[in-house]
Design a binder for this molecule. Sequence first.
Ligand code: SF4
Length: 345
Amino acid sequence: MFVAEDCREIFSDTQALLEAIKRADKKTRQVHGPEVFLERAIFLSWYCEKGSCQFCYMSTQKERIRDGKRARRRPSSILAEAELLRRIGWKVAFLAGGYGVYPIGEIREMARKVHEIVGEPIWLNTGILSREDMSGFDESVEGVVGSVETVNKGLHRVVCPGKPLEPVEAMLDSAKEIGLKTGMTIILGLGESAEDLPALMDFIERHRIDRITLYTLNPHPGTPFADTPPPPSLYQAGVTAALRLRFPRLRITAGTWIDQLPNIGIVLLAGANGITKYPLFRMFGNRFGRKVEEEIAAAGRRVVGTFTDASRLEGELKTTFPEREEIESALQRYVLRIRRGCGPA
Ligand code: SF4
């Protein structure tokens, strides 16, 4: 078993880190195979009533948006994005929305519709859900995600002052009790250190977490982190390798940003199953999308879906939803936008 002592070693001895990555790569191929999934969260709104997490883009929007309901996306635009992801073979990482924007009935309804479009059950990352809320989910919902961000409690109080961890933990436990899967998000680079890794492992074990998304800090203008660099690629790789070795079956998704694409190869070697957080509309079909696919290939893994094949943008919308026409026209706008950003064929 990979324990606290091993964690310390991989961050103080580069040979131990390389050895851990090597073992993690082997374990990932044995347990999960060579596939790498491209994932994208679908946002339901651009507003969060908390708006106080120091790293979050939505914290920069709270004062600008007087009525959170008006920051909701149109359902047709959400469903068009789901159809787009289906066509290019990407996974919906989860439906995401800030706190206090959608009542549970509407979240359930949206999960059903997105499920119908993509043909796979959906994960939800929409704030704290009660046991009663979650008991009403049908087969369209696979699991819920808790936005944990950091398990360092002192740091958490500072960076997420309005989002205590206890309700997140209670939600994850209730979800498990009623048969849902559970996921969590972590942001690396907020000020935590390798010393916090054993606590992260403990959290995953205690709450029987099925999947984790390991983002690295994306420094948003207007936040206290605006001038903070994302953490080193080898730190993200070390954390990923440690989790893979300790939890062989855990599904790990690594998220960075368009300026961190060279991280992809090493985090895949370290055991990530998927990658996320890349701006689809700016990267598809051009040198950035190609770079993603080349990083995956260089790690000896096989991409599921495409970041480059523009012919996959076209397709047939097979839904009978009343908003079908609106979805079609939102799709056309999306496809046009992506095609404009594509490089020469
Ligand atoms: S609760 Fe989530 S969406 Fe809201 S400010 Fe914090 S991180 Fe952002």
